[in-house]
Design a protein around this ligand. Structure first.
Ligand code: MG
Length: 221
């Protein structure tokens, strides 16, 4: 899949997918959790990536699985300890991203104090659209973000609602780990996360960035 991810027609190979928990206040509320005082990061494996049009394979033995629609920033330049004021120069492009989440596994992990690796890491749990060049996106923090499941709107918000904006996220993350060219930052989801089922069709749009459409099927093993 890493060969399929493109930004402005150029191929990008991510070394990691960096995600943020509870970065929209309304989503934190629907999860019954507090808005964090500083960004909470977790990673998804790059093996979870799926191109636009690909099929999300839903494990059927893990209970509820949700779709979360997110704006992703794709890095054109890496770095460590990136100052917030420089961070936007590290972004090559933006894309529409689904953070597919095995919600019951995540809830169990929360209770146990265990990592979210299983809840977030299944193959096909990171669908991403083609990337649009950052220079073509005037303001990544003023974009409508919508999800339809089987044609019905389930998420309808705006990236202006993010708690921590992209420069703050990149700066904070780069103080933990080196960021590399191609890395994907998924910036969190608004309210309305929705349980998926085999046979569903997930369609997201962020006007000015792109669209992402994925059918869902059961994962047979
Ligand atoms: Mg998410």
């Amino acid at each position: 899949m890493s060969e399929v991810l493109t930004v402005g027609g150029r191929r990008i190979r991510p070394s990691k997918i960096l995600c943020v928990a509870r970065n929209y206040a309304d989503h934190a509320r629907e999860m019954g959790t507090a808005v964090p005082e500083k960004p909470i990061f977790f990673l998804k494996p790059t093996t979870a990536l799926l191109p636009d049009g690909g099929t999300v394979l839903m494990p059927t033995d893990v209970g509820r699985v949700d779709v979360e629609t997110e704006l992703a920033a794709i890095l054109g330049r890496g770095g460590r300890d990136i100052p917030e004021t420089d961070a936007r120069h590290h972004v090559a492009g933006y894309a529409v991203f689904f953070d597919i989440t095995a919600r019951d596994l995540q809830g169990k992990a929360r209770t146990e104090g265990s990592p979210w690796t299983a809840a977030k890491g299944y193959d096909t749990f990171a669908p991403i659209s083609r990337g649009v060049l950052a220079s073509l996106v005037k303001d990544p923090h003023a974009l409508p973000i919508r999800l339809r499941v089987n044609g019905t709107v389930r998420q309808d918000s705006n990236t202006a609602q993010m708690v921590f904006r992209i420069p703050a996220l990149l700066s904070a993350a780069s103080r933990i780990m080196a960021l590399e060219r191609g890395d994907i930052l998924a910036t969190g989801t608004p309210a309305g996360v929705w349980p998926i089922a085999p046979g569903d069709v997930l369609e997201a749009e962020i006007p000015g960035v792109g669209t992402l459409r994925c059918p869902v099927a059961a994962r047979n093993r």
